[in-house]
Design a protein around this ligand. Structure first.
Ligand SMILES: *Cc1c(COP(=O)(O)O)cnc(C)c1O
Length: 462
């Protein structure tokens, strides 16, 4: 399987290079040259199978012959054994034909674990084979850092430096990063905002000398392996609900559009996905785009669902590429224009193709709070604010047939906001309860790129 850039100016690469490379050298995103597909019989056979088995089949279709099937299966077994629920991604019914898929049973209690756990094993495997060591630099507004630290701690060929804005993430989120004891992990509390951390990250990646000296890598959701890993739960949940005999709808709390795009990938691979509802908070760029056809940045507002406080959705470029019939010149033109002007108009044919699958719904803060309360009252389920945005969106759309809401974080990850809304303080699940007692280890640094780059170099070379 070869991977091509959405902008068409970079050579095609194999799966392992697409995984390690992240962004293509022409600024585009990698997508497979052709979408692998499963037959109806193969999809039907996924029903009730172990999650790791389905994951190995789906990821195997993307890896082709670059990773031996038995090794991939062993990596999937190990990755999903870290989840505290035997189903890995269990379904909970919340109404007639309405289900929640709980994606938060991984080690850091957020859906990012689902992809990060397998990504870490792929990295260590590929780097080990190449006799190479990399340093992952990551800027987090909360969940990505914890998922990356949990996934990569103890990895032989990877070091991780996780930067977070001091005082601006929840204590639970911070402790998932700072209580790791392994020496390949370093955490940095940066004096400044998340935007400052991102600017430092960008500076570090543009520093060729540093990049080469420490073999710098990134694990954000532009990495295609993360998308591929996220398409797996679309297959397992739809198969459990009767696909391919029945079409299934999904409602997805969205920020960078990685998770919702993974549903589109599953559709292209043959899964009968009927509609994907893209649920956003007041940072509604995606919701506006699917209704108006104009993709335009707005000001970023702080909300109760901070992992979705994003006003330009990196993975949207992949959908654009697909819906303009994979025309790379047009995709490059559009996203260069977006980078310059902050807004583009979607061509009518592409918009119609998007609207045939996606509906966007934006949900405000009051409705998010009310939905946490009503869901608890009506079903007994305590949901986190990100999931609440999606449950609220479900009530704004008319959908036929089975519908799955993706639940992206455990309520205990946002205990204060959930307690304030519902009056119930969510408890940390078994296994993470000791988080509050474990010693923390992190360095405090000024929000200055040169200082942080020197820190990264010293850590990588130690
Ligand atoms: C990252 C995240 C999201 C958004 O997912 P995207 O793939 O960026 O759209 C939603 N909810 C939670 C809890 C997250 O951590």
């Amino acid at each position: 399987m070869r991977y091509v850039s959405t902008r068409g100016e970079a050579p095609s690469v194999g799966f392992t290079d697409a995984v390690l490379g992240g962004l293509a050298p022409d600024g585009g995103l990698y997508v497979p040259e052709i979408w692998p597909t499963f037959t109806r019989e193969e999809i039907a056979a996924f029903a009730g199978r172990p999650y790791a088995e389905v994951a190995a089949k789906v990821l195997g279709a993307f890896a082709g012959d670059e990773i031996p099937a038995a090794e991939l299966r062993a990596m999937c077994d190990e990755a999903y054994a870290t989840f505290s629920h035997a189903a890995v991604v269990p379904l909970v019914q919340i109404g007639p034909e309405q289900f929640i898929a709980e994606l938060f049973h991984g080690p850091s209690l957020a859906f990012k674990d689902v992809a990060m756990q397998i990504l870490a094993r792929l990295y260590d495997h590929i780097l080990g084979r190449q006799g190479r060591q990399q340093t992952i630099l990551c800027a987090t507004s909360g969940d990505t850092g914890g998922a990356a630290v949990e996934a990569f701690r103890g990895a032989k060929n990877v070091r991780v430096v996780a930067m977070f804005p001091e005082g601006r993430i929840s204590e639970v989120q911070r402790r998932f990063m700072t209580t790791a004891e392994e020496k390949n992990i370093a955490c940095v509390a940066v004096k400044g905002t998340f935007d400052d951390c991102q600017a430092i990250l960008k500076d570090a990646f543009q520093d060729k000398a540093l990049r080469q000296a420490v073999d710098l890598a990134a694990v954000n959701s532009i990495n295609f392996a993360r998308i591929a890993a996220q398409s797996v739960y679309y297959f397992t949940t739809a198969a459990a609900l009767g696909a391919p005999g029945r079409e299934v709808n999904f409602v997805v709390p969205s920020g960078n559009f990685g998770d919702a795009f993974a549903g589109y990938v599953a559709l292209r691979m043959g899964l009968p996905v009927k509609r994907i509802v893209v649920a956003t908070n007041s940072n509604d760029i995606l919701a506006r785009t699917f209704s108006t056809g104009r993709y335009a940045r707005g000001a970023v507002l702080a909300t109760l669902s901070p992992a979705m406080d994003i006003q330009s959705a990196s993975n949207f470029e992949r959908l654009y590429f697909e819906t303009v019939q994979r025309e790379p010149t047009e995709t490059a033109r559009a996203f260069e224009a977006f980078a310059r002007a902050g807004a583009i108009d979607i061509p009518p044919g592409a918009l119609a193709a998007m609207q045939s699958v996606f509906t966007g719904v934006a949900i405000g803060e009051d409705e998010t709070v009310r939905t946490i309360v009503s869901t608890l009252n009506e079903t007994g389920e305590l949901i986190d604010p990100h999931t609440a945005v999606a449950v609220a969106a479900l009530r704004h759309v008319d959908l036929d047939g089975p519908t799955v809401v993706l639940s992206t974080a455990h309520p205990a990850k946002f205990p204060e906001d959930v307690a304030k809304a519902s009056g119930v303080t969510p408890a940390l699940p078994r296994g993470t309860a000791s988080l509050a007692d474990r010693p923390e280890r992190f360095d405090r640094l000024p929000g200055d790129a040169e200082t942080i780059k020197a820190y990264v170099r010293a850590f990588a070379e130690a």
